[in-house]
Design a protein around this ligand. Sequence first.
Ligand SMILES: [Zn+2]
Length: 255
Amino acid sequence: MPSVHLLGTGAAISDPHRTTTMIAVSEDEPPYRTLVVDCGGDVLQRLQACDRPIDSVDGLIVTHAHMDHTSGFPLLMEKVWLDGRNRALPVFGIEPALAQAGRLWEAFEPVHHDWEGIPPIDWREIEHAPDTPVWPDAPWTVIATPVNHGDTPNVGLRIEHDPTGHVLGYSCDTAPTDNVVDLAQDCNILIHEANGVPGGNHSTAVEAAEAARDADANRLLLVHLPPGDKSAEIADARAVFPNTDPADELGTYPF
Ligand SMILES: [Zn+2]
């Protein structure tokens, strides 16, 4: 059975118990085959808090260049090195996202240039185009599709667990777009952001619910949550798509 781990569920600033939005998927038995999506904070500490070891990480996907999705990359590399990883770390993303992660890593070059045995970073640039294959290895089939995050190129993800056929959709940061509805079609869980006010580069909870409804998703979990009481927005979203919940910080959800 696959699970999604909500390693962080907040906006760049959120409630005191929510950090930046980062997710991971894994299987429920070792070696777990964990994929991590985004690293705008101490993502591997959050993964450990969800009972998945650092060395279970098969790869990282970086969606876009914003700080709250990339800034923890050098720390992630320090941690995988200290954890004794030898094998390369595949890092997938569109060009601007990988360039940002690369600059962040290079900014620390005076620190890590003489570290013995640091694992190679296996940069895997993907096309910024609909239905782009991302992950080539079992047990996951991952597809990326552009979303609408203003001037910042960004992708949403469709993550299929091959043995079960179960599907996770992830909107990433986006205003409402048919591309999210397409990538999330018939998914078991849609993880959708609900950061925004109408008309910006983000979505409201109601707009997320409309995407879940139109995609025929089974369940909607809201992430990238701003600070404050969300009960009114959640109630409005449930009127559109009843199976809607704000994601639990550090929650693990089988899908
Ligand atoms: Zn963003």
